[in-house]
Design a protein around this ligand. Structure first.
Ligand SMILES: Nc1ncnc2c1ncn2[C@@H]1O[C@H](COS(=O)(=O)NC(=O)[C@@H](N)CS)[C@@H](O)[C@H]1O
Length: 479
């Protein structure tokens, strides 16, 4: 039976324990908000990024790599962006003993690093759409409570795609493509999410509008695991990114960005986990099948050779398999691999060797099935598909049971006290009413459902001003 008691009742402690005991990160690094990636955690993150690179390839984004240091002169060019980030950046002011004549910023995100180069690279409509991305470390002086993977000061696996387009319509097409990319990625991680259009007062600094992707974490708070921004010509005007149109005239490009980070791994760990630890989707598990031999006295030889034969066949089938020969009791090994979230465990004892059977223990449902030796590879592959489907269904059910639509502030307050994730309330669309509701609910407005058509509501009143409500607004306590 899958227990998720500690997972839901004391999520923060559960999460920190799993991060440490499963070998994801070491938080003891002597800079607050900066952690060391350990081998197992980094392997999982790199497997996630493999899917990001695949999606970037599929959609003709070129990978680039920009310097991490940005001169203050470049950083200063877009007013809103500055206002949004100047309290959050790390400065480099000296080199050796000498003070620098121009201070440098450690990139918090790379708009102000990239866009003076875009101005050099983009000259004509033939250069558009221009699509680049990078996965780098960026630095933000987060003043809220830092947490491993969730809110760090060095975001060490920061994915940022930056694009330039001939006009607003093509930029909008890019946002739709970003949503498709994101959905493909979430299917690979078996994650269910919602997209909201951020309110005017909570857009990304310098954006025309921002979309946020949220999941509901085990404690009912939401985590923003991806954002897409349409910048219109805001940055192009600040960085003078002009292109020659087919009719020979010039215009500023329209731009978009799309960002994600190691929060994707935080979401996978949190949403699929249970009281025994992580449950990794086979798509990203560094070890998809672990073999634990269970020899009885006098049967060691045939059990180990049977285990090796199985390991060999799975390896040849392209499955990431590990044979655990450590000198530890099987029960100890079961506990360790369950904590690490290995999707399938194979137990082989003397009877299996004799009868040519294999026991498959699935990590998600904690159930076992016995299969015949010759159907092993097919059965393992079937099991992977079944696990992906089960994890996704469970994540979807969790999300849907944590989004509630109400009409009044009082009902919303009750739901928040019961840690119920996202609350949807009718809203007239005016900023002052939105801010008032944030204040009353002690929650953030995630925005309105996207696309906007799905956000419309009829015959409802704004609970603050009593006027006709135009939209449904989503509120949540967030990370
Ligand atoms: N302190 C942080 N720790 C971990 N992940 C973070 C942190 N801050 C932001 N992120 C993640 O990084 C993503 C992109 O960051 S962002 O500010 O929303 N957007 C940008 O920086 C845009 N330039 C797009 S790349 C967010 O959606 C969020 O998932």
């Amino acid at each position: 039976m899958v227990e998720r008691k500690k997972w839901s009742e004391n999520f923060s402690e559960w999460f920190n324990e799993v991060i440490e005991e499963a070998g994801i990160l070491d938080k003891r690094y002597p800079v607050k908000g900066m952690n060391v990636w350990l081998p197992y955690g980094l392997k999982i993150m790199k497997n996630i990024e493999k899917f990001i690179h695949e999606e970037m390839e599929r959609t003709d984004h070129q990978e680039v790599l920009f310097p991490a240091l940005i001169p203050e002169t470049e950083f200063q060019k877009e007013a809103e962006h500055i206002a949004g980030f100047e309290g959050e950046v790390f400065w480099v002011t000296h080199a050796g003993h000498e003070p620098l004549d121009v201070r440098l910023v450690l990139r918090p995100t790379s708009e102000t690093a990239m866009y003076s180069m875009f101005a050099l690279w983009i000259r004509s409509h033939a250069d558009l759409p221009f699509k680049v991305y990078q996965i780098v470390n960026v630095y933000r002086y987060e003043t809220k409570h830092t947490r491993p993977l969730i809110r760090v000061r060095e975001i060490s696996r920061f994915f940022e795609a930056h694009t330039a387009h001939a006009d607003f319509e093509d930029a909008e097409r890019q946002i739709k493509e970003d949503l498709e990319i994101f959905d493909n990625l979430m299917k690979k991680l078996a994650i269910a999410y919602v997209i909201s259009k951020r309110p005017e007062w909570d857009k990304f600094p310098g954006a025309y509008y921002s979309l946020g992707a949220e999941v509901v974490m085990p404690d009912g708070r939401t985590l923003q695991i991806g954002t897409m921004h349409n910048y219109k010509q805001n940055f192009a005007k600040a960085y003078n990114i002009l292109y020659e149109k087919e009719d020979g005239t010039h215009d500023y490009v329209h731009q978009t960005t799309f960002g994600m980070s190691e929060r994707l791994l935080a979401a996978v760990i949190a949403i699929h986990g249970d009281d025994r630890g992580m449950v990794l989707p086979p798509t990203i598990a560094p070890i998809q099948v672990v073999i634990v031999p269970i020899p009885k006295k006098g049967s060691e030889e045939e059990v180990y050779s049977y285990a090796r034969e199985i390991e060999e066949e799975l390896k040849l089938a392209g499955i990431r398999v590990h044979l655990d020969l450590r000198d530890k009791r099987p029960g100890w090994k079961f506990y360790d691999w369950e904590l690490k979230g290995v999707p399938v465990r194979i137990e082989v004892g003397p009877r299996d060797a004799a009868e040519k059977t294999v026991v498959l223990a699935r990590r998600d449902k904690l159930e076992k099935i016995t299969v015949s030796r010759e159907e092993l590879v097919d059965k393992v592959r079937e099991l992977f598909d079944d696990i992906m489907q089960y994890l996704y269904e469970r994540a979807k059910e969790w999300l849907e049971s944590h989004i509630k639509r109400v009409d009044t502030i009082e009902e919303a307050k009750e739901l928040f006290n019961d840690r119920r994730g996202i609350v949807e309330i009718p809203w007239c669309g005016e900023e002052e009413c939105g801010l008032k509701m944030e204040e009353e609910l002690e929650a953030k407005m995630l925005g309105i459902p996207y696309p906007e058509e799905s956000a419309r509501v009829e015959g409802k009143k704004c609970p603050v001003c009593g006027r006709e409500a135009k939209f449904i607004a989503r509120f949540a306590r967030t990370y």
